[in-house]
Design a protein around this ligand. Sequence first.
Ligand code: URP
Ligand code: ZN
Ligand code: ZN
Length: 469
Amino acid sequence: MTTLIKGGTVVSATGADPAEVLIDGEQIEAVLRPGSDIAAAAEQGAEVVDATGRLVVPGGVDVHTHMELPFGGTFASDTFETGTRAAAWGGTTTIVDFAVQTYGENVRECLDAWMAKAEGNCAIDYGFHMIIGGVDNDALKEMDLLVNEGITSFKLFMAYPGVMLSDDGQILRAMQQAAGNGGLIMMHAENGLAIDVLAEQAFERGEISPVNHGYVRRKELESEATHRAVQLAKVGAAPLYIVHLSASEALEQVAIARDGGMNVFAETCPQYLHFSLEEHLDRPGFEGAGYVCSTPLRSRAEGHQDDLWRGLRTNDLAVVSTDHCPFCMKEQKELGLNDFRAIPNGIGGVEHRMDMIYQGVVTGEIGLARWVELCATTPARMMGLYPRKGIIAPGSDADVVIYDPDKQWTISVDNHHMNMDYSAYEGVGVTGHVDTVFSRGRKVIDGGRYLGRAGDGRYLPRGLSQYLM
Ligand code: URP
Ligand code: ZN
Ligand code: ZN
């Protein structure tokens, strides 16, 4: 069974050209020059998909999602089934989610539990990082085994004392282990001990509303932790990937490390580029709870958003992921009605990443090729999935999105597909639209219809980060 996508402009991390894409079964067979004899021959017997006036881009690769994450006495509201379906609607065809181990738990048992949650339920392909919330000798040994089995990255936390936080000694030991086994350390870089002091003091002063989450998670405490993580990585001789970076000052630390020649990488997320503390987290009443995430949204007056767009251009920020961690307002975010500290941390956005970063193309912040590089090619390379994922090229998986660059529409809880009772993006006007999505050659989204199936997504054992080779 072959499919020929013709008439479109194929976009890669290096440019955009008119081309025809021939899909054979689950793979890309060829990328052909329009009007060539081979393209004409390929059309015979193929299903022809007309992409005239559209962009043809590699399926998005979102390397930071949290389906079903336990947090603050509740669970992220998307299951692997609902979350991967929503991802497909938004043009993302691969996710890398986080299996979670905490103090005293066995890494292997935790991983098995997360595999079981995902297996048979995903609409698109998926892999796992491992959160090591309890760095002990057993966990360190297990890291070596996991790397050989395709779990090649490990998230550590400098935040959330008593739940996930690793102290500096534990971080150093995990980094040394990764230096030895080739794994990539991903760091949640916020000084959680200091944040908890400020949070308690704010609460005692009666400052209980959601915006206080942003006030106490100060930019200095993100940049201090980022600096410390970089220094520990230098001592441990390990590569480092800073997750969900939101503060200009943290970005500066990454830039200094990179300019000094270190293998330090960072991602940001659409919410940090488009939202702010003043306009979103500080909304009246309890509305700001819908924007509580960590690291927090930053002040627009201070210019963080502009700095993050600049970081995307300079490559100090190499990846855009979502940190998709959805909670409903009812019964979930509402847990913190009288205490901002009890609001579950996270924003759902797995469906909107491709569109929200495309807005940067529309406004001239980045170019088309950079859009694809940030949302598909680099995340695939960073997490050892390239060239199977992240590029339209012969032999790659046929994960392809046909994107209308001109369609205008408005995001709403009424038209999104994530399992949430609100949308953080409510009322946001978007130029550009995901029309058709192929996942390993199968159409899963076609002109407003979902054709995918839970269970069609396959588990992806990953190689080592291809930025370390
Ligand atoms: O607010 C967030 N980011 N929630 C998910 C957990 C994490 O730290 O990534
Ligand atoms: Zn985190
Ligand atoms: Zn996260």
